[in-house]
Ligand binder design. Structure first.
Ligand code: ADP
Ligand code: MG
Length: 728
């Protein structure tokens, strides 16, 4: 084993940056492999173009005739670019992307062949794909799953394949993927927000939800990563002693990007340009060999697709540069983990960002309406929002004093806190002309210039307002953004819907003017949402206590957190907003619970294997070397030998102690696992894995890491942290 380690190190150290040629400007590359508006204008008839655009903009159905025209033009475009295959591209509940390629090629009579791609192949496919998680939705009688074209996300070419973004649903119409509920949630927020916008601007016809994600990741030399069975099997290191130098000097953060990594990034960015992913920012992150990449924000559905596509493309480009990308939230203990900030905002078809303060008192009242409704939505559904980011890997990060805590709270900054305080004092019912003027001039009217110099940014908050958007920072780096985006858009949609009812009631029943009614409802919302607002240090122990007092949830593990997904309140919410039926919500819960168990189970097996079959034999080998040495010393020095062999004897004893402990713990862990595996109830099983199996990991690791410090570096089998993290 040690041979593999040293071979890998030698290989990693001999690598040279892969040369990258940039012949075209980024803007010239952008969208070249996308069947976007521009391409459609060139390739489609006027009628087909109009059909697709009205499907994108108004959700209109595309009829067969138009689908035939579109598919034929898509084929023509794709063939002109050397494409041979097409695939429906979808996001099953594994979190990854899925594709099944079919050739355009088809045989006809007389032994001849043609390239064919009809409307029916574009619109719907039955990929079978029965092995994807479905939470019991696909029973054996109705096991078929269908993919159906999502025209709101444009088709693209990757390699020699035309990829058509699709939803994935069961024969009976239930969602089997991430995209379907997201599209429904985006529809819900469009409807609810457009209705509310009409108080302020009658001409608004559509509200779009935007997402700008920031993706953190580690880049590790491929040979080094492959030399570690834990990284290969679980995406993280299950053991390994911290190096003498970690991130304490902060010398990696925003430093100059190492040239091998930089060339990988440039290569990746060019791929992204071709695919229409508008990547813009790149930099070193806090931990050694950790980086971040962020695009310009886009419509949420497209942004989610682009993030999923990016993660796939990153893996492939990394391989060309002899790297492995680690998306795991906590690949290394002792240095920072990775997250995926989700920047979220709403904007109208007239181009107004509803979360950006405006120029007039009226537009600011609109801003406050959306701002306060979002806060209230998070206040009402904080536990569900936490559930939306729960995973075995994200559990390592949340609450680990480097990332947001497991408590969801909203940070808004000192100035807006003050604005809310003033609004809380608004008179109940009708407002006097003086009060109205005062509100317009001194409260609502003052927001823009105040926010311009709002630079206080609280990095410890899970959900922070950052000037013209909210930033959901607790999302895991491995996660598919669709899940948190579905929940966020759904809870805000529900909140806006309730808001509209309340305001209308005040207008109709209490004879209030529109702005009076809005002020009245917002005042009550501020009062009832106070608990979710927190400006202090989210990492501190004091906040845990305070949050508890406020009644906020603090679910530190996935099995605990996921319960909020199937609470009566959540099930009703999803049903009422037409985002997910009860069956769909329950199925998702089942899938997530099971995935949790499987991940911990795999980690447990891998750890048992490494500890028992790699670490212990190495320890025994080294102990034998020491014993030989002591025997030799005894031969030379006779009864005085102990004077010269005391260190060695200490080591021999120490090693025995650790070996014994590892054996005992691994055995106990295996027995506990067996018990857990016998449980019929999936939730109980997950809880047992969480509360009884997982705690062994730290114990076993402790002893293995101690051995790493004792044993001769020459024979240590696992590539060490310093080698993984500091090889550039
Ligand atoms: P940081 O949060 O690291 O300081 P920025 O504030 O510049 O960085 O933006 C981070 C991300 O926020 C980018 O991906 C950007 O596209 C996105 N973003 C900026 N404005 C909006 C918006 N109105 N809606 C959604 N995302 C946005
Ligand atoms: Mg950010």
């Amino acid at each position: 084993m040690a041979k593999l380690r040293f071979k890998a190190i030698e290989l990693a150290q001999s690598r040279k940056p892969i040369e990258i040629k940039e012949q075209l400007k980024r803007s010239e590359l952008f969208g070249k492999n996308v069947f976007n508006e521009n391409t459609m204008r060139q390739y489609l008839t006027k009628e087909a173009y109009k059909g697709v655009m009205s499907a994108i903009e108004h959700g209109k159905k595309i009829d067969r005739k138009i689908a035939d025209q579109v598919s034929s033009s898509m084929k023509e475009w794709a063939l002109s670019k050397g494409v041979t295959h097409y695939t429906h591209w979808f996001q099953p509940l594994t979190g990854a992307t899925a594709e099944k390629h079919d050739a355009f090629f088809e045989t006809i009579e007389n032994g001849m062949a043609i390239e064919k791609f009809g409307g029916s192949q574009l619109v719907q496919q039955e990929p079978d794909a029965s092995s994807f998680p479905n939470g019991g939705i696909r029973n054996t009688f109705e096991a078929r799953g269908y993919t159906a074209w999502d025209p709101t996300s444009p088709a693209f070419i990757y390699g020699t394949t035309l990829c058509i973004p699709t939803i994935f649903v069961s024969y009976t119409g239930e969602a089997l993927d991430y995209k379907t509920p997201l599209l429904r949630a985006l529809h819900a927020i469009d409807a609810a927000a457009t209705d509310v916008c009409k108080y302020f601007d009658k001409n608004v016809k559509k509200v779009t939800s935007s997402l700008g994600w920031e993706q953190e990741y580690f880049l590790i030399d491929k040979a080094l990563a492959n030399s570690r069975p834990d990284i290969a099997m679980t995406g993280r290191t299950l053991l390994g002693h911290s190096p003498a130098k970690g991130q304490q000097l902060d010398d990696h953060y925003f430093g100059s990007i190492p040239s091998r990594a930089l060339n990988f990034m440039r290569d990746l960015e060019m791929e992204c340009m071709l695919l229409g992913i508008p990547v813009k920012t790149r930099h070193n992150e806090v931990a050694p060999n950790q980086f971040e990449l962020a695009p310009i924000y886009e419509e949420a559905n497209l942004a989610v697709d682009h993030n999923s596509l990016l993660m796939d493309v990153m893996g492939r480009v990394a391989s060309r540069h002899d790297f492995k990308v680690l998306f795991h939230e906590k690949p290394f203990s002792g240095v920072n983990g990775s997250g995926k900030h989700n920047n979220w905002s709403l904007s109208t078809d007239s181009g107004v960002n509803l979360l950006s303060p405006g120029k007039t008192p009226m537009s600011n009242l609109q801003f406050l309406t959306f701002f306060i409704n979002t806060i209230k939505a998070v206040n009402n559904h904080e536990a569900l929002l936490r559930a939306a980011i729960a995973s075995a890997s994200n559990d390592h990060r949340l609450g680990a004093n480097e990332a947001p805590p497991a408590i969801i709270s909203v940070f808004i900054g000192a100035q807006l806190t003050q604005v809310l305080e003033e609004l809380e004092g608004v008179t109940k019912g009708k407002l006097s002309p003086e009060e109205k003027t005062d509100l317009k001039l001194n409260v609502v009217g003052k927001i823009p210039d105040v926010l311009l110099d709002n630079t206080d940014r609280n990095r410890t908050s899970a959900f922070a307002f950052t000037g013209n958007k909210f930033e959901f920072r607790a999302v895991g780096s491995m996660a598919n953004c669709a899940n948190p985006m579905t929940v966020l858009n759904t809870i805000v949609a529900k909140q806006l819907k309730d808001f509209k009812v309340e305001v209308d009631t005040l207008i109709d029943k209490k004879d209030l003017k529109k702005d009076e009614a809005v002020f009245n409802v917002l005042r009550e919302y501020i009062k009832s949402s106070r608990n979710i607002l927190f400006e202090g240090n989210g990492y501190g122990e004091a906040w845990e206590k305070e949050a508890k007092r406020r009644g906020l949830s603090n679910n530190k593990t996935t099995p605990e957190a996921l319960k909020a997904r199937i609470s009566k309140k959540s099930i009703e919410l999803f049903e009422q907003m037409n985002v997910m039926s009860k069956i769909e919500t329950e199925a998702r819960y089942e899938i997530e619970i099971e995935e949790y168990t499987l991940r911990i189970q795999i980690e447990s097996r891998v750890l048992g294997d490494i500890a028992g079959n790699h670490i212990v034999p190495t320890a025994v080998k080294y102990q034998n070397m020491l014993i030989e040495n002591v025997k030799g010393l005894k031969e030379i020095f006779g009864k005085d030998f102990e004077e010269h062999a005391s260190q060695q004897i200490q080591l021999i004893k120490g090693i025995s102690g650790h070996i014994e402990a590892i054996h005992a713990k691994v055995e106990q862990m295996i027995n506990t696992r067996k018990k857990a595996n016998n449980l019929k109830d999936a939730v109980k099983k997950a809880e047992m894995y969480c509360n009884e199996v997982k705690p062994f990991f730290e114990d076993i690791r402790y002893h293995c890491d101690k051995l790493e410090l004792m044993i001769d570096d020459e024979i240590w089998p696992l590539t060490k942290y310093r080698e993984l993290l500091f090889t550039r």
